[in-house]
Ligand binder design. Structure first.
Ligand code: KE4
Length: 430
């Protein structure tokens, strides 16, 4: 028995499914989750000391690679000054100033401890600001485990095939309307059926929780216009896209300005950090200034801020990283496409910059329904074969691959070599 197997057996006795977040349990791909002991650059090392090329990157935060020396140093120095004070601190001001200088829609920002908390708070702010209750989300988009948004959600719920979670009272979900990603008519219909009642429309500007699905040309602008027409707040959930596509988020990449936006992952540099922010008139509704209450013991924690601020400053000082990620991502994903085509392997590959997903379907994947045509057994076979070859991918068809600045040309060539061998073996489809 390996250390991971032994640890997994012990974990299952005390942690539901043996994990602290469902997707880590390998339920949809089978096998025993690798218990990771340490990470460095593009590599993670399991409890047996086996080295893997990592494309999870902690689900997005590790855009500079694991254990970046400057982030590690900043965390150590911050920790030596004390772990948490529960007071205002200078570093929170610096973080707020940097975020508001970079994120186009940010006049003001509030730090929280996770993407879920950021989304939950942004929805409350939108409801408080508009005095309306209803919200629109998109099938297949995942915005964390906030009750009202666990409706036809993506990520771990889509992976587990439970699009709606139990335990969510009808009263919670009844105000949540779902539209179809990339289908503006499905959005227009909801506005026509609920005139003057919709507080907010929330979307992943690039969806990455049904696998990667890109917005079709003009779609985000159409959402901006229809929200403006109806007095509804447009919320971009940039927990994944924020500082992944560039220094101004997807809102900068696509040139569409939301009213509110949520961030997480990269802004924490690997520590638990989220934030939400937007127009001053909306954010001034937030306590202690306004009537929308939101609070957090560890919000703006100085050690977490040190990690996040160091990562953001490094990205700001090295904008060429994004050009590199664009080049590496295109090289990797286009080469995978070519290898698959040559071998006659039925699959689709969606990607943007360092974010990508391979779907085992012949259909173009542009929304939840088409993503669901993917053969998840084929994905499981692919995943386990790549893992055996030393490539550590997200254990779900409905997640993304994350490249980092640490992924060198050599690493990409090694990944492609393993991928070609797996495809060549012809054991993906049964
Ligand atoms: P957290 O609460 O997990 O920090 O963030 C929730 C969240 C919000 N919005 C988007 C667009 C997200 O992708 C997420 C979380 N992403 C998943 C991966 N798809 C986290 C991994 C997990 O659940 O273990």
């Amino acid at each position: 028995m390996t250390r991971s197997e032994d640890l997994f057996n012990r974990a299952k006795r005390v942690l539901p499914g043996g994990v602290n977040s469902p997707v880590r349990a390998y339920q949809s791909v089978g096998g025993c989750p690798r218990f990771i002991k340490k990470a460095e650059g593009t590599y993670v090392y399991d409890e047996e000391g086996k080295r893997y090329l990592d494309y999870i990157g902690s689900w997005g935060p590790m855009i500079l690679g694991h254990n970046h020396p400057e982030i590690q140093q900043a965390v150590v120095e911050a920790a030596q000054r004390g772990l948490s004070f529960g007071t205002a601190t200078e570093i929170e001001v610096k973080m707020g100033e940097l975020l508001c200088s970079l994120v186009p829609c940010f006049d003001m920002v509030r730090m929280v401890n996770s993407g879920t908390e950021a989304v939950m708070s942004s929805i409350r702010a939108a409801r408080g600001f508009t005095g309306r209750d209803k919200i629109i989300k998109f099938e297949g988009c995942y915005h964390g485990h906030f009750d009202a948004l666990l409706v036809k959600a993506g990520s771990g719920v889509m992976t587990a095939g439970i699009p709606d979670s139990s335990g969510v009272p009808k009263g919670c979900a009844m105000d949540t309307l779902t539209a179809v990603y990339n289908d503006i008519d499905s959005v227009r219909k909801l506005f026509e059926e609920n005139p003057g009642q919709i507080a907010a429309l929330i979307i992943e500007p690039v969806a990455a929780n049904m696998g990667v699905v890109l917005p079709r040309e003009g779609f985000l602008k159409e959402l901006r216009d229809i929200c403006t027409e109806n007095g509804t707040l447009l919320i971009f959930d940039e927990v994944i896209t924020g500082f992944r596509l560039g220094l101004t988020g997807a809102q900068g990449t696509y040139g569409v300005m939301p009213d509110l936006a949520t961030f997480g992952k990269i802004i924490g540099g690997g520590m638990p950090v989220g934030c939400y922010g937007g127009k001053r008139e909306i954010m001034e509704m937030i306590a202690p200034l306004g009537s929308v209450y939101q609070a957090g013991t560890l919000s703006g924690n100085p050690v977490a801020m040190a990690a996040g601020l160091t990562q953001l400053k490094y990205l700001y000082d090295h904008p060429e990283i994004y050009t590199g990620l664009e080049e590496k991502g295109t090289k990797l994903y286009e080469a995978m496409k070519e290898i698959a085509e040559k071998a006659g392997l039925t699959c689709r590959l969606n990607h943007i910059s360092s974010l990508g997903s391979i779907f085992f379907t012949g259909e173009e994947v542009c929304d939840y329904t088409s993503a669901k045509t993917s053969d998840t057994k084929a994905f499981a076979n692919y995943f386990l074969a790549m893992l055996k070859g030393g490539v550590h991918l997200a254990p779900s068809q409905f997640e993304a691959m994350f490249l980092s600045d640490a992924h060198s040309e050599e690493v990409i060539q090694q990944t492609l070599k393993v991928f070609a061998e797996v495809v060549e073996k012809g054991e993906i489809y049964e």
